[in-house]
Write a protein that binds this ligand. Structure first.
Ligand code: AMP
Ligand code: ZN
Length: 135
């Protein structure tokens, strides 16, 4: 039996509040929502994070995100939504099964935006070159 929490949810061994399911994808409400309607969308095939999932699984997941995210927003009366995925502990990942967060947003909802580290033009040019070389 898998030790993975989301694999257990997919298998029905742990209860969840499912909002969408098909052969490849499951979407369920986050147990500790940032905002009402906070939903997790996961591929049924296990992979630790988005860098490990197959293109096919990610395409299935994105198809579902596009279908359900606007409807979730509409249901909770939101003005927009954040779509995000965390990769690695440093980025805040706590469950190591690929998942995307759909977080409904409301005008002036008080959630902080990203702070900006800033960089000089020279630093950015050098970094773009370095990244391209590493691909
Ligand atoms: P992350 O920190 O990006 O790995 O996101 C993991 C998310 O899973 C968090 O937002 C948790 O609140 C959520 N979570 C943990 N356990 C459960 C559960 N049993 N059912 C639904 N969501 C969960
Ligand atoms: Zn899993």
């Amino acid at each position: 039996m898998s030790d993975c929490l989301f694999c257990k949810i997919i298998a029905g061994e742990i209860p969840s509040l499912k909002v969408y399911e098909d052969d490849y994808v499951l979407a369920f409400l986050d147990i500790n929502p940032v905002k009402a309607g906070h939903t997790l969308v996961v591929p049924k095939n296990h992979a630790a994070d988005v860098s490990q999932s197959s293109n096919e699984d990610l395409a299935q997941v994105m198809g579902v995100v596009r279908k359900i995210a606007p409807k979730i927003q509409e249901t909770v009366g939101g003005d927009g939504f954040n779509l995000m995925t965390n990769v690695g502990e440093a980025a805040g990942q706590s469950v190591f099964h690929t998942h995307f967060h759909i977080i409904p947003r409301f005008k002036d909802d008080g959630l902080p935006m990203w702070p900006h580290d800033g960089a000089t033009d020279e630093e950015r040019v050098a970094l773009a070159e370095k990244i391209k070389e590493n691909l």
